[in-house]
Ligand binder design. Structure first.
Ligand code: AHR
Length: 663
């Protein structure tokens, strides 16, 4: 922070020097000579199942460990018997080789009445229950004969019943059956639990015990949490990268993300430990597993729903190099490569193809129109380049139009980055994925990072970035106005270099307030609410105000990248015929600015300003004040040749003006 103050002071000194007689900063926009296309993909989102982003997050399942496949099979469950009877509840496994979901619960009853025997699920740090909302309870069961009745209850923290129903399994025999029932909640609770009392006599086997709210995204049964997805849709992201992140690589190769195991009936999707379960000793999350209730089909569907290009990232045959760093030998890499080729066929293939048919059978005959694919997440070293070369050849031979996203490692500088950058450019890599988790000062100092990048050859995907108020992986990191403002300044530099930077995404995306491993994050949630951080509103403003043609905006013929504490970018949106100007003021002083409009365009006399501002750089949004720092709209007068504006201290402003016609 001391350094940031110093940096601001030096900007202020520059400010006095460059300002004109009226103490106004003059910026010039050449309005009729676009300098680059801004890609529709420019601002996107990065999704990973970290911080309970998927299970316990966007995946709206409320029951934790629904199929008893966690390492401890009864984790998340509490068994209650009055009086206790040995052997009344047991965990058994279905017989067979490599079954994806072998375990189940067996209940034996002898004249049980309600109050004798129950199982209770605690949910993911409780279950968020809403008064009046309908919930879908379901399970799989088998029983030799009928005779068992299930009393389903939602209970709040005070142990009061806030919703109940009765389910009587009707089918008998050796086969598994599914039965479901819908019931309403009678009160709201942030941390409810699900209790099932058993009544009657007999033996019943249970599996896939599930509870979903009915108000899911697009009301899809077994779907996603609508409030969280709405926040994503509101950003109008150009792409969605999934499923990560380090989760792609896995702690070891056995635990890597394998997309083929994440499609089809959910009871056949093999659960895996989440690598964030064990990653940080200071943030242990022993109950964090991946059920894959959300799998690749659902992620493609989500991309389609929110109008984002899908960007799947696959294992390159290297496990996380922070963990085991296990390598698939180069001569055994084919199955990994085949996974990539099959994924392209799954997404784009005709329904007459093997994997196109799988997509069709799931219910999506139309292709997903996949255009790009990531090979490896944060992988590095000659081992990565060797493996990448095999993927590149196979993918380009069969699908030359597919763009490949390639890793430049963990850091945006240093020997590792330099050697990867060199090697990738030699390979004519389509996209180089750069990651920067850095202090706010770094973001200010690096807003001109891409000004001198080569215009030809590989394009940049700023795949993971977030300003760290403390330091990377520190639990003290916060989403402050300072982090967001410094990102906004940096992002003007990305947009000013749209010829080079074609995609960018903040990371990580979601965090559950009671179950996070990594901070800061774009969106914070509890079991009932979600809110966008200061950083979220910066991302959203950029994404919803990007335009499609970059214009030059200069101060004394130089790009506006920190002089006078200002950062700027300008563009035109040809679809709406608007000029869009972005201005970031990182100083504590108000700025008087004249924007000189040069070129053959004329403009409406009134424009619109969208502004994020706060005088306190440490300010954060919160569950209590989710919109404390969020865009405020106002009008601005536009002159025939210029815009006179006063830019508030510590602010990010966007001016939108209608283009009327040529002068
Ligand atoms: O975003 C959190 C992690 O940061 C990602 O999983 C990884 O790619 C990076 O190190």
């Amino acid at each position: 922070m001391r350094f940031f103050k110093h940096l601001l002071t030096s900007f202020l000194i520059v400010s006095c020097f460059v300002s004109n007689a009226q103490n106004k900063t003059v910026l010039s926009i050449q309005t009729d000579k676009p300098i680059a296309d801004i890609q529709p993909t420019m601002w996107g989102i990065f999704f990973e199942d970290i911080n309970m982003g998927a299970d316990g997050g966007i995946y709206a399942e409320l029951v934790k460990n629904r199929s008893f496949e966690f390492i401890k099979p009864l984790m998340g469950w509490k068994l209650d018997q009055q009086p206790f009877k040995e052997g009344a509840i047991t965990v058994l496994a279905k017989q067979g080789v490599n079954l994806p979901n072998p375990r189940f619960l067996q209940i034996k009853l002898n004249n049980a009445t309600k109050g004798n025997l129950s199982i209770t699920n605690e949910g993911f740090r409780g279950m968020g229950i809403k008064n009046g909302l309908a919930y879908d309870f379901s399970l799989q069961y088998r029983q030799p004969k009928t005779g068992v009745k299930l009393h389903i209850e939602l209970i709040n923290a005070a142990k009061e019943i806030i919703g109940s129903t009765i389910l009587i399994p009707t089918e008998t025999g050796a086969e598994w059956h599914k039965q479901a029932i819908r019931f309403n909640a009678t009160a709201t609770a942030l941390k409810a639990q699900l209790r099932i009392w058993f009544e009657g006599s007999g033996t019943i086997d249970l599996d896939m015990i599930s509870l979903f709210p009915t108000d899911t995204w697009k009301n899809r049964p077994g779907g996603m949490r609508a409030d969280m997805i709405q926040l994503l849709a509101d950003m109008k992201p150009g792409f969605i990268r999934f499923p990560g992140g380090c989760i792609v690589e896995g702690f070891d190769l056995a635990n890597r993300y394998q997309w083929k195991k994440t499609i089809g009936p959910i009871e056949e999707r093999e659960l895996k430990i989440n690598r964030w379960n064990i990653e940080f000793a200071h943030r242990p999350t022993p109950d964090y597993f991946q059920t894959f209730g959300l799998g690749f089909f659902e992620y493609f569907q989500l991309a389609e729903d929110i109008g984002a290009e899908p960007l799947p990232i696959l294992s390159c045959g290297m496990a996380c190099q922070f963990n085991s760093a296990e390598l698939a030998p180069l001569d055994q890499i084919d199955p990994f490569v085949q996974d990539a080729l099959d994924l392209i066929e799954f997404a784009n293939g005709k329904i007459s193809t093997k994997w196109g048919k799988v997509r069709n059978d799931i219910g999506h005959p139309a292709p997903f129109n996949l255009k790009m694919l990531g090979v490896g997440n944060e992988n590095w070293g000659p081992q990565y380049i060797e493996r990448l070369a095999v993927f590149q050849k196979a993918i380009k031979d069969k699908y030359p139009q597919i763009k490949i996203v390639n890793s430049s490692g963990t850091d945006p500088d240093g020997a590792r980055f330099d050697s990867l950058n060199l090697a990738l450019r030699k390979m004519n890599a389509d996209f180089i994925d750069e990651h920067y988790y850095r202090k706010p000062e770094w973001f200010l100092q690096n807003a001109n990072r891409y000004d001198n990048y080569p215009r030809n050859g590989s394009k940049i995907f700023a795949g993971e970035y977030a300003a760290q108020s403390d330091k990377t992986v520190s639990v003290n990191n916060k989403n402050t106005w300072l982090t967001a403002l410094s990102e906004a300044a940096f992002m003007t530099g990305l947009e000013r270099n749209a010829a080079v930077v074609q995609m960018a995404s903040y990371a990580p995306l979601f965090a559950h307030i009671d179950a996070w491993q990594w901070s800061p994050d774009l969106i914070w949630v509890n079991n009932l609410q979600s809110y966008g951080t200061t950083d979220y509103y910066v991302q959203k403003l950029f994404a919803t105000n990007k335009g499609n043609k970059e214009l030059s905006i200069t101060q004394n013929n130089a790009v506006v990248s920190g002089q006078d504490s200002l950062f700027a970018a300008a563009s035109i949106d040809e679809a709406t015929q608007e000029l869009i100007v972005k201005l970031v003021n990182v100083s504590s002083a108000k700025k008087s600015i004249i924007i000189s409009l040069n070129g053959l365009k004329s403009f409406a006399s009134i424009g619109k300003v969208l502004q994020l501002q706060n005088d306190n750089l440490q300010q954060t949004n919160s569950f209590e004040q989710p919109f404390l720092i969020s865009p405020k709209e106002s009008a601005i007068e536009i002159g025939t040749k210029n815009i006179n504006c006063s830019i508030a201290p510590y602010s990010f402003s966007i001016i939108r003006v209608k283009i009327l016609a040529k002068k």
